[in-house]
Design a protein around this ligand. Structure first.
Ligand SMILES: [Zn+2]
Ligand SMILES: [Zn+2]
Length: 397
């Protein structure tokens, strides 16, 4: 456990920096940048870290920023990671600090992640002389867009010199402010994305026997595939298949000649995603052939599953219990969403936890990530800073 003085000092510094960090978050929120375009955000991060006396490496091939803070005494090397990108979503929160960029929004809380890690860097650099070990701050671009920004940071030495003993990240979650959720093992699933084109033969609406209607073929495909998860997956395993987009036809009295479907398969088990894609293709082949149509299927197996190291997950739970109280640390419900923190966790033991951002006094249910009305409660920012700081200081004990 961090000595009582250090723990007290962290509490004091976090409180002192609260307003500044909330303002940083609001500024980033007003100026969202989608995956791969985080020029302004990464510039703000790099300058802020430099101002704190932290050694900064700007990535050559991306907008990634790596900060290294050497403590006054030897000790463990801890990496903390935040993602910085926004989404192509039109914000509908009505907040005074809503996005100023049309069609772009921080709807996944990455503005919170970035601000929390900047605030943590400010806290830890202030107590640098009493700090044991080294802290590596990884600000990564492009989490939302495969192949993601994590691999770029890894390629540019983010976890090489020095190599961290552990790595931690947080993600905003639909749980009350003041609480976090952490579990060992798989917490965020792997995602495979598919694009399916079904080709028929066009014709007159009143002469369907002379055409091959791709809308009817697609409807059969969607219905057949919708039972795939319930009938081909062991009920004790998890998987989801959703078509998020279907497009075909030009007007009411024409049978079109092509339909495009796009969707995702998610599972905590990567090999299940691969198997489901194979099964899916067999079904598509059978239905299209049987109905006289043809198809083209393209897919990408995306991020691997985020797997928390069992020991590091217990460590996060213990630190959090000390900082926010045991009753505020809950197990997490795994999500099948996909997160490229998985690449770091394949190389360094660590854990990702969910930071509660739902206002417990609100009579509304929690708003989902990627919702245009997503408006995290900013009281979560100091909770995140306290936890991230203590994950570093307590590791030295
Ligand atoms: Zn997201
Ligand atoms: Zn996210």
């Amino acid at each position: 456990m961090a000595n009582a003085n250090l723990a007290e000092r962290i509490e004091l510094l976090v409180n002192q920096k609260e307003t500044e960090v909330i303002n940083i978050r609001r500024d980033i929120h007003m100026h969202p940048e989608v995956s791969g375009k985080e020029e302004r955000t990464s510039g703000i991060v790099a300058e802020y870290l430099e101002k704190q006396g932290i050694e900064v490496q700007r990535c050559q091939n991306s907008y990634g920023v790596i900060g290294r803070l050497m403590g006054g005494k030897p000790g463990p090397i801890i990496a903390l990671r935040a993602d910085m990108d926004a989404l192509p979503i039109q914000e509908k929160t009505g907040l005074p600090y809503a996005s100023k960029v049309d069609g772009q929004m921080h709807a996944c809380g990455h503005d919170i992640h970035t601000a929390v890690l900047m605030g943590t860097a400010a806290v830890l650099s202030t107590i640098k002389d009493t700090l044991n070990g080294t802290v590596i701050f990884l600000f990564q671009p492009s989490e939302e867009f495969f192949p993601g920004g994590a691999l770029g940071l890894i390629e540019e030495g983010g976890i090489d010199n020095p190599k961290p003993d552990a790595i931690f990240a947080l993600h905003t979650g639909p749980i009350p402010v003041g609480k976090i959720a952490i579990s060992p093992g798989p917490v965020i699933g792997s995602v495979s994305t598919l694009s399916l084109r079904i080709f028929g033969r066009g014709g007159h609406f009143a002469a369907p026997h002379m055409a091959v209607d791709p809308i009817l073929v697609s409807s059969n495909v969607v219905v057949a595939l919708s039972s795939m998860v319930s009938r081909r997956v062991n009920p004790m395993e998890d998987a989801v298949l959703t078509f998020g987009m279907i497009e075909g036809g030009t007007r009411d009295n024409i049978i079109g000649d092509m339909v495009v479907l796009r969707g995702n398969i998610g599972s905590l088990n990567e090999s299940l995603c691969v198997k489901l894609m194979e099964d899916l293709e067999k079904t598509v082949k059978g239905i299209t052939e049987g109905m006289g149509a043809t198809y083209k299927l393209k897919y990408i197996h995306g991020y691997p599953t985020v797997r928390n190291d069992p020991h590091q997950a217990v460590y996060v739970r213990d630190v959090a219990s000390r900082v926010i109280g045991e009753s505020n640390v809950i197990p997490c419900t795994p999500s099948l969403g996909g997160e490229d923190m998985s690449y770091f966790l394949q190389k360094i033991p660590g854990a990702l936890f969910f930071l509660g951002v739902h206002d417990p006094e609100s009579d509304q249910p929690p708003i989902s990530l990627h919702d245009p009305a997503f408006a995290p409660d900013e009281r979560a920012i100091t909770v995140g800073m306290r936890l991230m700081s203590r994950l570093v200081t307590d590791a030295a004990d």
